[in-house]
Ligand binder design. Structure first.
Ligand code: FUB
Length: 309
């Protein structure tokens, strides 16, 4: 090694090891364009399922595959590639949009909106590969099912402590329906989720529960903030409580909230890589706190992210 190279190495190492200084920017968490994060915690890992913006045309959200990443320290992320693609649903053609995943019954279930009109479900014994269409038909389909709303997209799955699972989805009017224990069929009617207060619902529904309170979060529109509303039941009615995340620097906003190793986190997307934009978004993650009264303070959008300081 030359003297010059050795000097550079020493300088870089001393900066990285400076106490109290973030070792590096964690956000965006991966260097490939991806969006619409959905967190799944399984075993000792956090998985993030995402829309693959790197393989779209750059002028629309028209990619045909999804992406999955995982980490144990939330700093170093493994790219597991595409867990599933549109071709896995023989009845779907295009638009691999915001997915969601859940572990249950010894399987991983992957819920995915396609064609802007349907939500399908695939199943695997692995969280990152081997997913196959679990039904052969859409789980939710506009035109077939009553009350899907104009655009049944953005699935979010929540399993309550009593074992009852719920699927949330929808644009402009939030929708919810019970899932059977098999996680691949619905039970009862699709309901509207009602939220009272000074808020608007756009898309990106998400549910988390803490201390018996049901937190329904969502994007307000295009562009959107992430708002949240609370209830004492998973189907509401919900009362608007406030802003979790402000507008980002892209036209959409989409969040996922989960607890991991004793802390709460929010994953979302924004323009964070060179040549990024509305259709070339990047994944970010931040800490999310709950105040003593159960309210959620607004989350700052950082470059340092979590775990690195
Ligand atoms: O990625 C396509 C769409 O953009 C998602 O379905 C919405 O949530 C918005 O983020």
């Amino acid at each position: 090694m030359t003297v010059y190279l050795a000097a550079v190495l020493v300088a870089v190492t001393s900066v990285l090891l400076m106490p109290g200084t973030p070792a590096f920017a964690v956000n965006p968490i991966v260097k490939r364009f991806a969006a619409d994060p959905s967190i799944l915690v399984s075993g000792n890992r956090m998985y993030i399922y995402a829309t693959d913006d790197a393989s779209n045309s750059g002028s629309y959200w028209d990619s045909k595959a999804w992406r999955v990443y995982s980490s144990t320290d939330l700093v170093t992320w493994t790219d597991h590639g595409a867990p599933f693609s549109i071709g896995g649903f023989r009845w779907a053609r295009q638009y691999a949009w915001a997915p969601a995943a859940v572990a249950r019954n010894g399987y991983y279930y992957f819920y995915a909106p396609v064609d802007r009109t349907k939500i399908g479900v695939a199943r695997s014994t692995s969280p990152v590969t081997g997913f196959a269409d679990a039904r052969g038909t859409a789980l939710i389909e506009k035109g077939r099912d009553a009350n899907t709303g104009e655009e049944p997209i953005d699935p979010a799955v929540f399993v309550d402590d009593d074992g009852q699972a719920y699927l949330y989805f929808g644009t402009r009017t939030p929708k919810a329906v019970r899932l059977n224990r098999d996680m691949i069929s619905t039970s009862g009617a699709i309901q509207n989720v009602t939220i009272t207060g000074a808020t608007t619902y756009g898309e990106a529904p998400h549910m988390h529960k803490r201390n018996g309170i049901y937190y329904f979060s969502y994007s307000t529109g295009w562009p959107g903030q992430i708002h949240y509303a609370t209830a004492t039941s998973p189907l509401g009615p919900f009362t608007y409580r406030g802003v979790i995340l402000d507008y980002t620097n892209v036209s959409t906003n989409h969040q996922s909230i989960a607890a991991y190793n004793g802390r709460w986190y929010i994953a979302y997307h924004r323009n964070g890589l060179p040549h990024g934009g509305d259709f070339r978004r990047s994944l970010a993650i931040e800490y999310l706190d709950h105040n003593a009264d159960g309210t959620i303070p607004r989350v700052p959008q950082t470059s340092t992210g979590v775990g690195a300081s």
